[in-house]
Design a protein around this ligand. Structure first.
Ligand code: MLT
Length: 265
């Protein structure tokens, strides 16, 4: 992988294909390989940049706490160094939280937004507390507990569970800890969505860029209702509900996922 220096870390990324600039952000606790199966279906249409978010994969991290805004700033710095002014930003789950932070911080650099198995809500207090407890467990005992708890929730397909488990096992404890705390502290992005419209929807105000929402109706980590809420807030968004898919539609339903993402061209 190529690497750039940004915000005190080394950020690793892969770049493939030609066409509309597209950034694919992986979720927690994974790396850019999450997109491996769907990538060949996108390369003819998009110039795809696939970072490993700070701490994950081949990217390094720092010990001091960081936020979704820091992950988003890393991506803006990467795009600067690649000479990409504007891109469609797609995030899976936690990657969606980073995509929303990117939209809030750099709206002029966004030509489309994709949320895959993600949500715009912040953590309720009990979930937030659970994140800090998980971070403390990882610091004390390692990543095993989180890996065991999450593996069956990614998908009911045992072959894909094994792929996800391997990917989770590759990640460093510091990446887990940093991400768990950053997720706990993330902002609610509901109001952000209404700020991205030129005028009120009821008065025909248009959303500033295309939005694609992809969600499995069997997602055991983030229920499909979260996707339906985003669709309600942005009625012109293209929502694809995948029957029987869990938390990783880019692995479980790659053709449907690729077709949906092409609405961001
Ligand atoms: C993810 O898949 O990135 C996480 O499950 C998201 C979350 O825990 O909110």
């Amino acid at each position: 992988m190529e690497k750039i220096s940004i915000n005190g870390i080394q950020l690793a990324y892969a770049r493939r294909g030609r066409g509309t600039p597209l950034v694919l952000l992986h979720g927690f606790p994974l790396d850019h390989h999450l997109w491996d199966d769907v990538l060949p279906l996108l390369e003819d249409t998009f110039d795809v940049t696939l970072p490993d978010l700070r701490g994950f994969g081949e990217s390094t991290t720092i010990d001091t706490p960081y936020t979704m805004d820091d992950y988003a700033s890393d991506i803006a710095g990467l795009l600067d160094q690649l000479g990409i002014q504007k891109a469609a930003i797609v995030g899976h789950s936690m990657g969606g939280y980073v995509a929303l932070a990117f939209v809030r911080l750099y709206p002029e650099r966004v030509r489309g937004l994709g949320l895959v198995s993600s949500q715009v809500l912040a953590d309720p207090p009990d979930r937030k507390e659970g994140r800090y407890k998980s971070a403390a467990d990882v610091a004390e005992k390692g990543i095993g507990g989180v890996v065991e708890a999450m593996t069956p929730k990614f998908t009911s397909d045992e072959r894909l569970q094994a792929v996800a488990r391997k990917s989770m096992e590759r990640q460093k404890p510091a990446a887990y800890i940093g991400a768990l705390k950053a997720m706990a502290e993330r902002a609610d992005s509901t109001a952000l969505l209404s700020s991205l419209r030129d005028g009120f929807a009821s008065q025909g105000g248009a959303f500033r860029f295309p939005v694609v929402i992809i969600h499995g109706d069997a997602d055991a980590l983030i229920p499909i209702d979260r996707a339906r809420e985003v669709k309600k807030a942005v009625p012109e968004a293209h929502l694809v509900e995948l029957n029987g898919a869990g938390h990783v539609p880019m692995m479980e339903a790659k053709e449907e996922t690729a077709d949906a993402l092409k609405h961001l061209v």
